[in-house]
Design a protein around this ligand. Structure first.
Ligand code: GYE
Length: 327
């Protein structure tokens, strides 16, 4: 190697090394959010097949409008693959921030990482991603949402006190691989085991959907005619289960206790009517908290890794008084 080529080689190697170094540095850091007068913000919704999702979307749209923020809204219609494509399209459109409600914990990791690589901060709304694959404060800003383990635990603890001798449980799980399904199962199953005297006779996914919940409940009630409790991971499946229980000639609330999570108006009305025994609320009104968190981040504030939503609880003691507030 001549002196000249050797020098050129060292220089190039040096530049390449520095580039590689800044490359990794950039990857280790959360993208910042510049202060602007007008923001263009993405909201990647997972599906719109239930009142909870619709309430959440309405809350996001109303709050964006109130703050003069342009909202790029997409609906993945229940497909994780479409949701990844939706996020990629938001990246291509150059949005300032992406609010993402990841349908499942693992398949949405590539979307989180692609936004990060493009320098766009992501805020997870209502569902989270696998914590071993992406981290708050590093890969995304924060997760805004409820404590799903606590929600499941609250249902189990209520049941332990109010089961009145009923003990055989059918569990209707939410969307397989989603954080609320994973955690509502864990919280409930652990607490019910600790309480003792109960038996989860079957546990199967109804995909957080009313009709799927009805079909699964119908099959499980047939396979386990002695089941006297249904714990559904959301209202939609609980309402589906009520139809299945009635179709089996049984009375929900008497022969079979139904327990649920979400606290939409229809479910709280079912508590008033005695068909659902108890519901843990999962508040879908994310708009104010979502945009407030985004503005705090734009100001350079360090955001806590989890912005926790607090949930109410409905049973026969308060459902009538509080139904007006239910979404
Ligand atoms: O319970 C359910 C919805 O992710 C917390 O998803 C949310 C859940 C909610 O489809 O009804």
């Amino acid at each position: 190697m001549s002196r000249f080529t050797r020098r050129a080689f060292l220089l190039t190697a040096g530049v390449a090394g520095a580039l590689a170094f800044t490359g990794t540095m950039a990857l280790a850091e959360l993208p910042a959010l510049a202060k602007k007068d007008k923001y263009k913000v993405g909201f990647a919704q997972t599906e719109s097949n239930n009142p909870w999702r619709i309430a959440q979307t309405n809350s996001m749209k109303a709050e964006a409008e109130k703050n003069g923020i342009q909202l790029v809204y997409t609906d993945a219609a229940g497909s994780a693959a479409k949701q990844v494509a939706d996020v990629n399209s938001m990246i291509a459109q150059g949005v300032d921030v992406i609010f993402l409600a990841p349908r499942e914990e693992k398949p949405l990791i590539p979307a989180v990482m692609a936004a990060k690589k493009a320098g766009i901060p992501v805020i997870l709304l209502d569902r989270s991603v696998d914590p071993s694959l992406a981290k708050p404060g590093e890969d995304y800003v924060t997760f805004i949402g409820s404590d799903f383990i606590a929600e499941g635990k609250r249902v189990a603890e209520w049941l332990a006190k109010n089961a009145n001798g009923k003990s055989k449980i059918i569990e209707l799980e939410g969307t397989t691989g989603s954080s609320p399904a994973n955690d509502r199962k864990k919280g409930f199953d652990d607490a019910i085991k600790a309480a003792g005297g109960f038996d989860i006779v079957a546990s199967q996914s109804g995909d957080f959907a009313r009709d799927k919940g009805r079909q699964v409940a119908e099959a499980l009630l047939q396979a386990h005619p002695d089941a006297d409790i249904v714990y559904a991971h959301n209202d939609e499946m609980a309402i589906g289960a009520i139809a299945a229980i009635e179709a089996a000639g049984k009375a929900p609330g008497k022969d079979v206790l139904v327990l649920s999570i979400d606290g939409g108006k229809e479910a709280v009305q079912a508590v008033v009517d005695g068909k659902i025994a108890a519901v843990v609320e999962c508040n879908p009104r994310f708009g104010p908290k979502a945009f407030e968190t985004m503005m705090r981040y734009a100001k350079g504030e360090k955001i806590e890794p989890w912005v926790i939503n607090t949930d109410k609880f409905y049973d026969s003691t308060n459902a009538k008084d509080e139904i007006a507030d239910a979404y």
